[in-house]
Write a protein that binds this ligand. Structure first.
Ligand code: ZN
Length: 199
């Protein structure tokens, strides 16, 4: 059998890819924020709106153990807690990162903590739906009425050990998850709203 040689440049590329799955531009954006607030992408900015309409990529076990992951989620929490423009949830595309991670304020838990959800997906919707008012950090000065399921079953990966998790979630928190997971698929609540009004 003939021996095959891997060219050095290819070997270095493969080694780099194995050490960290974050792209250079993702690293630059995350590291420039360095645990502090990031600029929120907005639908009225052309480049931002194209990004907000793009589907995000799942995170791997390796991605969450790279330093960029901790910096990104810390910055997302800082951004959603900005007193000038605070929210109850934020998805990574809203800070310019096309990765499947969201931060959601658990209105159904004591102390209403912000929690991190990696690769979240809704695996089933309850039969009941209700209309509710929504706004979005990426859509300035607008609110809309949106019909959403009042309960969901959520599946995600634990941000510490990447284990698979599942939970039945109800009420306004279930609505926040539906809104934020839509962002990971390039969907904005205005697509689903029956009425929109200036805030
Ligand atoms: Zn939003």
């Amino acid at each position: 059998m003939k021996r095959t040689y891997i060219p050095l440049a290819l070997l270095l590329t493969l080694l780099t890819a194995c050490t960290n799955g974050w792209t250079r531009s993702e690293k630059e954006l995350i590291n420039s924020a360095a645990y502090s607030r990031m600029r929120v992408t907005k639908v009225d900015n052309t480049a931002d709106s194209l990004l907000l309409r793009t589907s995000s990529t799942p995170l791997t076990h390796r991605d969450i153990h790279a330093p960029e992951f901790g910096r990104l989620v810390a910055s997302m929490i800082e951004t959603v807690c900005d007193p000038e423009n605070s929210g109850v949830g934020i998805a990574a595309p809203q800070v310019g990162i096309l990765r499947r991670v969201v931060v959601v304020q658990r209105m159904d838990k004591e102390g209403t903590p912000f929690e991190i959800y990696v690769n979240p997906e809704i695996i089933s919707y309850g039969a009941d739906v209700a209309m509710g008012s929504e706004g979005c950090l990426s859509v300035p000065n607008l609110r809309g009425e949106v019909r959403r399921a009042t309960s969901i079953v959520l599946r995600w990966r634990d941000p510490v050990d990447f284990s698979a998790r599942e939970e039945h979630i109800e009420g306004f928190t279930a609505v926040i998850f539906q809104h934020e997971i839509d962002h990971l698929d390039g969907i904005i609540y205005t697509d689903r709203a029956t009425t929109l009004s200036q805030e």
